[in-house]
Design a binder for this molecule. Structure first.
Ligand SMILES: Nc1nc2c(c(=O)[nH]1)N[C@H]1C(S)=C(S)[C@@H](COP(=O)(O)OP(=O)(O)OC[C@H]3O[C@@H](n4cnc5c(N)ncnc54)[C@H](O)[C@@H]3O)O[C@H]1N2
Ligand code: MOO
Length: 473
């Protein structure tokens, strides 16, 4: 069991550990009992005041029909408040999202610290900087890291033997590094004064003064940030609970990996992909058993999933065919449509609903590449927003296409590309072969989604386009 319960956690019913493929909806154990404010919060608190469905929250222009991707993400993200918080031991804080700003409890460094092994001296006792040359001083004592020796007034003409990390007594204003000194018989030392040499003393609060904002709320805690928490003496971090994401694969043809395939079956690769991505992004995924193409069963699955999750993601059944029931099921489950299709390819049918308890439902395309695009372009920002991440918006960069693309498209087309470097230093985006919505192999090699603008012309070699790094977490 990993630390960090799902953000939802109603009465301990947070979503089960990922990988635990549920035998049936409603089966499966809890991942843990959240200890944060979300543990016993009402749905309103869980999702924030703006997130609850209410007439006031409805806007007349909704649902967005055939929405621009950014417009859809903004609309949905605006209605999301981050999940609750919990305290976790520092050792378990890696990858978690800081719930509140971290203020320095003490200055860093907390005392004047020697940055070199050598001798602490008074500036006035060295040879004048313009003249250079050596000074001869009496070694009056020694300072080692971690030892607090009596701090006597520095006597003129004396030096202290000192080691890196030791506290430098007030009055000594420079450390001369060992390599620039020579011990003399009788307890003295001769020191050079290299021109332009730094003091080799880190002053109190030089790194961060007491009270400084060390980390902003919403920062993901990686190794460097964990170091800062520890340096400030914290053995615990206040982090956001991990959002629980229920993944609902839809389709009569779907088989779980490891099971016999049968004549017309295909393996459910979307659930594994979505679960892995949710986990990479700091959420707790639960992938349900594939749900058959039956609107009532799918509606029931969605209802059950919403009870246990902060976000429900379906894949498949969202198009217009006679076996596509995602929209009907979402409505049967009481959902109200917020986004009805998006201007993106692959993944044009991608839609979103708000369920009666406020939970968002992202209905992604079943085609694996389209499902992946929906994950990156829609689910990722919503999940990061739920997770309390300050940097939840996708980070688009600019690159150049390494080859022309003639395929016209009425919507922006997100092609899978490998990334190199162009002559002008921009990223060079090499479109990958086999870039079809139903393909799985093509996007496994991709490093980027490059956005080819809508229009009848496609794009020319060398054209500047926006792109997203795929492994960003
Ligand atoms: N007449 C029209 N047909 C289609 C349209 C359209 O506008 N008019 N849109 C096409 C587009 S674009 C897409 S994308 C797909 C979307 O289809 P669905 O989201 O309804 O997905 P399914 O039909 O259920 O499945 C599509 C495809 O993907 C396979 N699939 C489904 N789930 C999984 C999974 N979990 N793992 C792996 N593969 C999965 C499924 O077997 C199908 O092959 O609709 C077009 N049609
Ligand atoms: O939009 Mo569909 O996703 O082309 O494949």
């Amino acid at each position: 069991m990993e630390t960090g319960a799902g953000g939802r956690g109603r009465g301990g019913q947070s979503v089960a550990e990922p990988g635990a493929w549920q035998e049936a909806l409603g089966a499966g154990g809890a991942a843990g009992v959240p200890t944060g404010p979300a543990a016993d919060a009402s749905p309103e608190l869980l999702h924030g005041p703006g997130a609850k469905p209410s007439e006031a929250a409805d806007r007349p222009e909704l649902p967005l029909k055939l929405a621009e991707v950014e417009e859809a993400v903004r609309l949905l993200a605006d209605e999301i408040a981050p999940v609750g918080m919990e305290g976790v031991p520092l050792a378990d804080a890696g990858g978690r999202v800081l719930g509140e700003a971290l203020l320095a409890r003490q200055p860093l460094p907390p005392f004047r610290r020697a940055a070199m092994d050598g001798y602490a001296v008074r500036e006035a006792d060295l040879a004048p900087p313009d003249k250079g040359g050596a000074a001869r001083l009496f070694v009056a004592g020694e300072r080692r890291p971690g030892r607090t020796c009596g701090l006597q007034e520095p006597q003129p003409g004396t030096a202290l033997r000192i080691f890196t990390g030791a506290r430098v007594p007030e009055g000594y204003d420079r450390v001369v590094m060992q390599e620039r000194t020579r011990r003399l018989p009788g307890g003295g030392v001769e020191l050079d004064r290299p021109p332009g040499s730094p003091t080799h003393i880190a002053e109190i609060g030089e790194d961060a003064p007491a009270g400084a904002v060390l980390l902003e709320a919403g920062a993901r805690l990686r190794a460097r940030q964990i170091a800062l928490l520890a340096a400030d003496g914290r053995d615990e971090a206040q982090v956001r609970c991990r959002p629980a994401v229920a993944i609902v694969p839809v389709g009569d043809e779907l088989r779980r990996p490891g099971q016999p395939l049968g004549g017309a079956g295909i393996y459910d690769s979307n659930s594994a992909m979505l679960a892995a991505r949710v986990r990479e992004l700091g959420g707790i995924p639960t992938a349900l058993h594939p749900v058959p193409d039956d609107p009532r069963r799918l509606a029931e699955a969605i209802r059950e999933a919403a009870l246990r999750a902060d976000l429900v993601v379906t894949s498949g059944g969202v198009s217009v065919g006679d076996c596509d029931y995602a929209h009907e099921a979402a409505r049967l489950a009481g959902g109200r449509i917020r986004v009805d299709k998006m201007k993106m390819r692959p993944g044009t049918p991608t839609s979103a609903y708000r369920l009666p308890d406020g939970t968002l439902l992202a209905a992604l395309s079943g085609n694996p590449s389209a499902c992946f695009a929906g994950m990156e372009l829609l689910v990722r920002p919503l999940l990061l927003r739920l997770a309390g991440r300050a940097d939840w918006m996708p980070r688009w960069r600019t690159g150049r296409l390494a080859a022309s693309l003639s395929k016209p498209c009425p919507y922006p087309r997100y092609i899978r590309a490998a990334v190199g470097e162009a002559e002008d230093g921009l990223a060079l985006l090499l479109p990958l072969a086999g870039d079809r919505s139903g393909n799985v192999a093509a996007f496994a090699r991709a490093e980027a989604l490059a956005c080819v603008p809508a229009g009848g012309k496609g794009a020319a070699e060398g054209e500047q386009v926006r792109w997203l790094a795929l492994d960003a977490d």
